[in-house]
Design a protein around this ligand. Structure first.
Ligand code: FEO
Length: 400
């Protein structure tokens, strides 16, 4: 995609990755973008580079505006290699006099690239650098979502370059939020938040407060993935406020895997119980069919998770172990849950799932259902009752 002018003198010069489907274990069915921004002032400044294999697109775009060798400053808002991977190639073409990064960014850049001769300069939190007619202010956003992360605020442009925050994995021909279907954008934005930012929700809350306290004046947010927000800023900011506050809706997720469909039969009755209790939005998701990152996206605004697995060789199924490990790392807060599963002889899965739910700080409710061989009427009735009991808790929590 060719360069796109955001405002007079500042351009999107990044790359669209239409084909990526796995982003370090996160399913990206809609591809992604690696956004890079070029500001033409007395000091020509590039904000972030792109993933290594997309370097030709970056160079192609920059070259349509300026000679890349004329770039004076490079700002590295984030060192993760989807943004910095092409840095070594870039520095063979461009010779910026200064590379701005955060304190932790400097350490991460050295750790990644060992560029001892690079002209790194640590940008202090709040530091402003003059670029000519305009200026940039750096805002440290440590752990959103890496220690090195920072924002670049361009007050003269009323523009906030927000790195990973407010982004989504979405490849599109339109660069702005008003050029792409908003339902699609928000579907990807919630998935992005759940899979990338959820563990840092407390810091997201602080960040939004800080932005308000500093009275930053911006009418455009330019993240490093997905669309640039110029119309629906309030929509994405209020979504971040909601997601980071752990508010749950009248929603539940039944996640499971099954060998010979017995556990699946139990899942079906649990789902019915939840629905009959009045839970408005129930997602029954079988691992192997549903990707872990899609289950997490549904879980973000759910109140309950009921997890089930057959027992295989004295363990839960590997897909469930994978999912629970992933979920625990994302630190879901303020949820309730239970476990279920069918087994042949040893039947450890339910106990092990329960331990993992506890380890993820999920409050256990209802009576787990654990059944040997194929569920009979009683086992299915117990499954239904588990769904009903948890469903009542969900409905009560939503009213509370
Ligand atoms: Fe888009 Fe944390 O990298």
């Amino acid at each position: 995609m060719k360069p796109v002018e955001l405002k007079k003198g500042i351009y999107w010069v990044g790359a669209v990755d239409w084909n990526i489907r796995d982003f370090h274990g996160y399913s990206t069915y809609e591809g992604t973008t690696y956004n890079s921004y070029l500001l033409v002032d007395d000091k020509i400044t590039l904000f972030d580079t792109v993933k290594k294999e997309h370097f030709p697109a970056l160079m192609d775009n920059i070259s349509q505006i300026v000679d890349p060798s004329k770039i004076d400053y490079l700002v590295v808002n984030h060192v993760e290699t989807d943004h910095s991977g092409s840095l070594p190639q870039f520095l063979q073409v461009a010779k910026p006099e200064t590379i701005y990064c955060s304190d932790m960014g400097q350490k991460a850049l050295m750790g990644h690239f060992h560029g001892n001769a690079w002209p790194l300069k640590v940008a202090q939190n709040g530091e402003t650098v003059n670029l000519g007619k305009t200026k940039v202010q750096f805002l440290e956003t440590r752990m959103l979502h890496w220690p090195d992360s920072m924002f670049s605020y361009l007050p003269d442009y009323k523009l906030l370059i927000s790195n990973d925050a407010f982004g989504e994995h979405l490849a599109s021909s339109g660069r702005f939020d008003d050029e792409v279907d908003m339902n699609l954008i928000m579907e990807q934005a919630v998935k992005y938040y759940a899979n990338i930012l959820w563990p840092y929700s407390g810091l997201v809350q602080k960040l939004i407060t800080t932005i308000k306290e500093l009275k930053l004046d911006f009418d455009m947010i330019a993240p490093d993935h997905g669309v640039i927000w110029r119309k629906n800023l309030n929509t994405i900011i209020s979504a971040y406020e909601r997601w980071s506050s752990y508010q749950a809706g009248n929603k539940a997720v039944v996640v499971y895997d099954t060998m010979w469909k017995s556990t699946e039969e139990m899942a079906r009755y649990i789902t019915q119980g939840l629905t009959d209790a009045g839970v408005k939005d129930v997602h029954q998701m079988r691992l192997g069919v549903s990707h872990r990152s899609d289950v997490i996206a549904q879980l973000l605004e759910a109140k309950a998770i009921i997890a089930g697995s057959s027992t295989l060789n004295n363990n839960m199924l590997p897909s469930m172990a994978d999912y629970l490990t992933y979920m625990k790392g994302l630190r879901p807060g303020q949820k309730i849950g239970a476990a279920f599963g069918s087994y042949g002889w040893s039947g450890e899965a339910v106990k092990d799932i329960t331990a993992m739910l506890k380890a993820a700080n999920i409050e256990l409710k209802g009576e787990n259902v654990r059944h040997q061989w194929v569920p009979d009427k009683a086992a299915l009735a117990n499954s239904y009752k588990l769904g009903l009991d948890i469903g009542k808790e969900v409905v009560a929590a939503c009213k509370g």
